[in-house]
Design a protein around this ligand. Structure first.
Ligand code: PBG
Length: 325
């Protein structure tokens, strides 16, 4: 056989494969989500997220130090709000001494270089478990945006580097940007969950924070998974309104959206490798059906190949360790 081109030459051994690899994963790509609870010395494994924990702030600070030591530069904070502090206004979300505000300060004090991001949405604080304020069974947009601005400013006051609004209300990015300008927080960034779909894959996360919607679903604000063009519209609007980074979420079933949005915007793109995606890999690995370490690296590399500059993932710590081997 006489061939002009033999593609296997570039696959012949690990040296040449690594030389021509188009995508290289590093811990710089990772955002590590952290679930924080009240109390001291508490670490609770999340039933539907084996190997992932909700921790009290003291243990969270230790975890952040460890993450920093293995090369992870960014954490994304979520808190579990006590039931008695939840209401329909979500006002605990901008309590100066709330768990989130205390957590931002404690983490920035302990590891000042760690880039701290916070989830901005009312669901952990809402007695209805919705991302916004409820009136007559509807999630009302504009009053919710006002609440999100207050929440974001309180995170900025506590010293957050970048807020990450995950609520999908219209106009919130512009309003938060304006709120930051008006209150002098010109250095605080916004990572917009721009294309966030109404997804069944968020289930384990809602277990972790006890934040499942009390009635209905989130389909009047999160996107319909049938849509692609709409994701581009959302991302472009968020960039226009002042988003520094845009996000696509969930991750794995949405790699087409990652690429589409990446091609459309001139800001970095992040993707959220969400709780249900984590749970599926863990479950299959536990059954002995897939090799977890290989599945993790293949999955994370696929996100980068699809166009993600940053990956929020519960596998951040494991992957950073695997990459250091
Ligand atoms: C809250 C929020 C959710 C996630 C991140 N922020 C859940 C939801 O919208 O119901 C999901 C993260 C995950 O599943 O890992 N607005």
């Amino acid at each position: 056989m006489l061939l002009q081109r033999r593609n296997r030459i570039l696959r012949a051994n690990p040296s040449i494969r690594s030389m021509v690899a188009e995508t290289v994963l590093t811990p710089n790509d990772f955002i590590a989500p952290l679930f924080i609870d009240e109390g001291r010395n508490i670490q609770t494994e999340i039933a539907s997220m084996p190997g992932y924990y909700r921790r009290s702030l003291d243990l969270t600070v230790n975890e952040v130090k460890e993450l920093w030591s293995i090369g992870i530069k960014c954490v994304l904070l979520f808190i579990k709000c006590k039931d008695e502090l939840k209401d329909n206004t979500g006002k605990e979300a901008w309590n100066k001494n709330g768990l989130m505000q205390r957590s931002i300060k404690a983490i920035k004090d302990a590891v000042p270089e760690m880039y701290v991001m916070t989830d901005v949405a009312l669901d952990p604080y809402s007695s209805f478990g919705h991302d916004g304020i409820v009136e007559n069974g509807e999630i009302v947009n504009d009053p919710t945006v006002e609440a999100l601005v207050k929440m974001s400013i309180s995170h900025a006051e506590a010293g957050v580097d970048m807020v990450a609004p995950s609520d999908m209300m219209d106009g919130r990015i512009g309003a938060i940007r304006q709120g930051f300008e008006d209150s002098g927080f010109t250095k605080t960034g916004i990572m917009a969950y721009s294309a966030k779909y109404a997804s069944c894959f968020y289930g384990p996360f809602r277990d972790a924070l006890d934040s499942a919607p009390g009635f209905g679903d989130k389909k009047t604000y999160q996107m319909d998974f049938a849509n692609r063009t709409e994701a581009v519209k959302e991302a472009l609007m968020d960039v226009e309104e002042g988003a520094d980074i845009v996000m696509v979420k969930p991750g794995l079933p949405y790699l087409d959206i990652v690429r589409e949005v990446k091609n459309a915007v001139d800001v970095p793109l992040s993707v959220y490798n969400i709780s249900g995606e984590y749970a599926m890999i863990k479950a299959a690995a536990k059954m002995g059906w897939i090799n977890e370490e290989k599945a993790v690296l293949e999955t994370l590399t696929a996100f980068k190949r699809a166009g993600a500059d940053l990956i929020a993932t519960y596998f951040a710590k494991d992957a950073a360790r695997l990459l250091a081997r």
